[in-house]
Design a protein around this ligand. Structure first.
Ligand code: BGC
Length: 726
């Protein structure tokens, strides 16, 4: 790939840091008939290539987001059918992740925004011609007056390209160029506007009925020089007014200055937003037709693989919210949220959601790419940055840096693709060593730069961090990281006895440091017991499981957990005999619970259990996203426990499937379907007189261990029916 751009030079403008969204142009008149033509291109920034005004390819925000100082993806498009006799090859350059406000303090580390490209033509007579970016290219301003992910875009349709100046050669670091590795980001679907109304404050609002990530596309009504100015929001406040304070510094405003052509449709070129509602802050017409607005959904082009439904419509809506949460946040990298001034690859969020993500969609390629960036951004000493691609220096944090061990293992488990372990093993090992060495002996470190059980409801007033002791959590995660490293090493045929000894040492330290004389944990929280059970650290499993179940029951069948506890509480209860308590948590409708947000009209997963409080007021403007997928980790329990579909870790990727549905009388039926490389697995059940009728489909080529009640049978492909007595 580096070779293919060998003759091309990085080009930019005379004032690269001050020029907004320039276009670079080369005209080209082919000498002979063309047999084949390909455009290879990338940017430090984001680009859109156009030939004779038509968009090249369907990769939006190309070249995507990687650890830019180490690697920048390059794309090649077949443009044979786009070329005529006289051609304008245009490449527009936006800030994107490279140079926009998202980079904040790290600007000194990056090079000027620039592009590099090459048009390669093969003529019908077999001769070739190549047109690389060089001094012969020109640049001009464009109608895009301003464009930034956080702040939005301003577009003046009255401006046409003009005043062409010679491009300036710059150093964009050729050695960083690599072939496209991830999925492309593209337009996935259009969501129509469903409602138009005027708020009590008198503002004009359009509702798309669903929170999405992407942009609004609208018809450009209005006379010459008039303005359409749109603001975005996720919710209305308790009085029904437009509310976007939770976007914090991200202005998310899209402004279009019209040229009088009312038949055009416009959407931002280099900006995206997370939103359900838009406000027509400026609009040149007194009339509003909702048909003039649509929302375009944009995300990584992942194939949908999982489906779940059951007899409870609220649970189904929750499940749909998880799907929309993933769609809204898998935009080239797994992000925390799509709307406020973050939209970053927070490692902890990806770590807790990865298992669910891999049921819902095929994320094998997506995580391969992101984990390569994680390894590249990992410090020499093994510290994993809190966000990947990193924008500031890594200092590691338990449960966040653990993405280094958890995500490769989850991806291997789901797809059986050993390359992820081969490629990430060093990174996994470095993380384990880092945590072990940073801690005080085998008990992990807990101070500085930690997030704890982030947003746990047992946090002290005014704090984001749940009540569970950091050292306890850090040590539990170190044990978990050792376990995953050992499993990965064994899958790769390595001798893992050194880490087995270390894991034993950490397990003993956990008991020594965090189990009191009464045999119970010194941190009396749901999350502490969840971790002890789920990470195999509980000295007395039945006692701890009963205690955890009681902590939940005595709290009115409600959660107190944050990012960490929530991800694992359902499995910690179920795996130790308390699936009924897990069901109570799932079906809880009062605050705090998953279904509470559904009752409050959520269409995606909230960051906070009390994003919208029972009285309709908002939790805070600070940290209050309505599209944060972390708590959506519960969907893996819907697939894995309600319908009981799990991969066998010994034969991962669903070569052998573990089927063990656990029905509950509070639902009438449930059904899940999963596309695997062996075919489609289906597992479902229906409540009937005296019990449950279970039906399982195993694809030909796979095998399964089907457990119904106390009995397990090993089967091949086929359809199987069972009766489970209540
Ligand atoms: C992000 C989170 C992230 C956290 C770190 C927040 O601002 O939105 O999702 O994991 O910071 O604690």
């Amino acid at each position: 790939m580096t070779q293919i751009l060998q003759n091309a030079k990085f080009i930019t403008t005379a004032n690269p840091r001050d020029t907004v969204a320039p276009v670079f142009r080369r005209t080209f008149a082919p000498a002979k008939d063309i047999a084949k033509a390909a455009l290879t291109v990338t940017a430090r920034g984001i680009y859109e290539a156009r030939i004779n005004g038509a968009r090249v390819g369907n990769f939006y925000f190309a070249p995507g987001w990687t650890s830019y100082k180490n690697r920048v993806q390059v794309q090649t498009y077949d443009v044979t059918d786009m070329l005529g006799e006289d051609n304008n090859i245009d490449i527009l350059l936006g800030w994107g992740w490279h140079f926009g406000t998202i980079q904040r303090g790290s600007l000194e580390n990056i090079c000027d925004p620039c592009i590099i490209a090459e048009l390669n033509v093969t003529y019908a007579d077999g001769t070739t011609e190549s047109i690389p970016t060089d001094e012969s290219w020109l640049y001009s301003k464009t109608p895009i007056l301003y464009s930034d992910y956080y702040n939005g875009e301003t577009y003046d349709a009255n401006i046409v390209y003009g005043e062409w100046k010679p491009a300036v050669i710059t150093d964009g670091k050729r050695e960083a160029l690599i072939a496209q590795e991830g999925e492309i980001v593209t337009h996935i679907e259009e969501v129509p506007a469903i409602n138009y109304f005027i708020t009590p404050k008198g503002e004009r609002i359009i509702d798309f009925g669903q929170e999405v990530t992407g942009y609004v596309c609208f018809r450009t009504v209005g006379g010459i020089g008039e303005r359409i100015s749109i603001d975005h929001a996720e919710i209305l406040d308790k009085d029904g007014n437009f509310y976007n304070e939770n976007y914090r510094a991200a202005k998310s405003r899209v402004t279009y200055i019209t040229d009088g052509n009312t038949e055009n449709w416009y959407h931002p070129v280099f900006s995206f937003q997370g939103f359900r509602y838009i406000r027509l802050t400026e609009y040149p017409s007194a009339e509003t037709y909702i048909g003039d607005f649509k929302a375009i959904v944009i995300h990584s082009d992942m194939k949908r693989t999982g489906w779940f439904s059951c007899s409870d419509p609220m649970v189904n809506r929750l499940y749909e919210n998880v799907i929309w949460g993933q769609r809204g946040n898998f935009l080239d990298v797994p992000t925390d949220c799509p709307q406020r001034d973050e939209r970053l690859g927070w490692t902890g969020d990806a770590e807790v959601f990865c298992r669910t993500a891999a049921y819902n969609f095929d994320v094998n390629k997506f995580f391969h790419k992101w984990l390569h960036d994680l390894a590249l951004d990992q410090a020499e000493n093994g510290a994993v940055p809190q966000i990947v691609p990193a924008l500031w220096h890594p200092d590691g944090a338990f449960a966040w840096g653990d993405a280094a061990t958890v995500c490769p293992w989850e991806i291997y488990r789901a797809y059986g693709d050993i390359t992820i372990l081969e490629e990430q093993f060093d990174s996994m090992q470095k993380w384990v060593d880092y945590v072990y060495n940073k801690g005080d002996g085998p008990a992990a470190w807990g101070g500085g730069g930690q997030y704890g059980d982030w947003l746990g409801l047992d946090a002290e007033e005014g704090s984001y961090r749940g009540a569970t002791n950091d050292l306890l959590l850090g040590t539990a995660f170190l044990a978990y990281a050792c376990d995953l490293l050992i499993k990965a090493g064994k899958a790769l045929g390595k001798d893992m006895s050194f880490y087995e000894a270390r894991r034993a040492e950490v397990g003993e330290a956990f008991v020594r440091e965090f189990v009191g004389e009464d045999g119970m944990l010194t941190s009396d929280t749901q999350t502490a017991y969840v971790c002890a059970l789920h990470f195999g650290l509980a000295p007395d499993v039945p006692k701890y499981a009963e205690y955890l179940a009681n902590l939940v029951k005595n709290n009115g069948n409600k959660l107190k957990t944050g990012f960490i506890g929530t991800a694992f509480i359902m499995d910690a209860l179920t795996d130790n005999g308390y699936a009924d308590v897990a069901y109570s948590l799932l079906l809880q409708k009062e605050f705090p619970s998953w279904l509470y947000s559904v009752r409050k009209g959520a269409t995606t997963i909230w960051e906070h259990w009390d994003g919208l409080k029972p009285d309709g007021s908002v939790w805070s403007r600070d940290m209050n996203s309505f599209n944060h997928y972390a708590y959506g980790a519960v969907a893996s329990w819907m697939y894995g426990t309600i319908c009981g579909i799990k991969p066998d870790e010994e034969k991962p990727g669903y070569e052998n499937i573990k089927i063990a549905p656990i029905p509950d009388a509070r639902l009438d039926w449930a059904n899940a379907m999963l596309d695997t490389k062996y075919g489609t697995v289906i597992s479902g059940w229906e409540k009937v007189d005296g019990g449950y009728e279970i039906t399982v489909t195993i694809p030909a080529g796979a095998t399964a261990d089907i457990t119904v009640g106390e009995t397990t049978e090993h089967v091949g492909g086929g359809v199987y029916e069972y009766m489970l007595k209540a």
